[in-house]
Design a binder for this molecule. Structure first.
Ligand code: NAP
Length: 257
């Protein structure tokens, strides 16, 4: 007989989640969504101290524990120290959303080695730095969900975004490898590839002729909202996706078809 499982209203009750780069934009929306579903949330930021403190308050209003850490996701030692502190304070790590990222767009002819390296270190290096740390408590607990924020341009490429697209494509190879390596330990690793989402990172796309051109290429005819990416992260963090690993979910309004 087919077994039907009735899902609880809160999908992440008492789980411990880390979200990198959550002071603004997509990371902030993800942190709020995980907290709304009962997870305790430790999150990082780099420069937005005031916003991070304000977010701490908004998260604890859900009745969960929350803590902001100033930690550069592109620096291995800072990630190591941060995860050690989270394990000490929260006991374990069940979910890690590797979201922190930057873009330094430039045509290849003008792209400097320094610009290239910074984007690779922060966007791709951060995913290695954090995943390497969180798999220790996850292996001990024999469970975990790692979610890496890639981008649709990591699949299709984009003129003027060679470094950004390369970093986001690298995340996909990393995600599949980790899924293969740690599947037997019940640790899942997936990626999200957002399209154009309305945040500080994409504010310059919203106005003028460029905006019209972008909108015409999106079948749903609009830019995405950070909460729509947060909903995808919630699905991948929860047991609703218990048989999904090594996958990339394109949340891009159909831009990729
Ligand atoms: P955003 O609005 O610019 O916010 C970036 C966040 O990352 C901020 O909280 C920032 O912290 C943090 N951050 C940046 N560098 C960091 C570092 N070295 N260490 C720790 N935190 C750092 O960006 P977003 O649009 O929300 O993007 C979030 C992720 O989604 C990124 O990985 C991005 O590449 C990806 N993505 C975005 C889009 C889009 O359309 N928006 C599309 C595809 C993929 P501070 O505020 O403290 O500096």
């Amino acid at each position: 007989m087919l077994k039907i499982y009735i899902w609880p209203m809160k999908l992440l009750e008492n789980k411990v989640a880390i979200v990198t780069g959550a002071s603004r934009g997509i990371g902030e929306a993800v942190a709020l969504k995980l907290a709304e579903h009962g997870a305790h949330v430790a999150f990082t930021y780099l420069s937005s101290e005031e916003k991070a403190k304000a977010l701490e308050g908004r998260l604890t209003a859900f009745g969960i524990r929350a803590r902001a850490y100033k930690s550069n996701a592109g620096v291995y030692a800072e990630c190591e120290a941060m995860v050690n502190e989270v394990v000490k304070e929260f006991g374990t790590v069940d979910i890690c959303v590797n979201n922190a990222g930057i873009s330094k767009d430039n045509l290849l002819l003008r792209l400097t080695p320094e610009q290239w390296q910074e984007v690779i270190d922060i966007n791709l290096g951060s995913v290695f730095n954090m995943t390497k740390q969180v798999i220790r408590p996850m292996m001990k607990a024999k469970k975990g969900s790692i979610i890496n924020m890639s981008s649709i341009v990591g699949i299709s490429g984009n003129a003027g975004q060679a470094s950004y697209a390369a970093s986001k494509a690298g995340i996909l190879g990393f995600t599949m490898s980790v899924a293969k390596e740690l599947g037997s330990r019940n640790i899942r690793c997936n990626a999200i590839a957002p399209g154009f989402i309305e945040t500080d990172m994409t504010h310059y796309l919203k106005d003028g002729d460029a905006s019209k051109k972008f909108l015409e290429s999106i079948p749903l005819g609009r830019f995405g909202q950070a909460e729509e990416i947060a909903n995808t992260a919630l699905f991948l963090a929860s047991d609703l996706s218990s048989y999904i690993t090594g996958q990339v979910i394109s949340a891009c309004g159909g831009l990729n078809i």
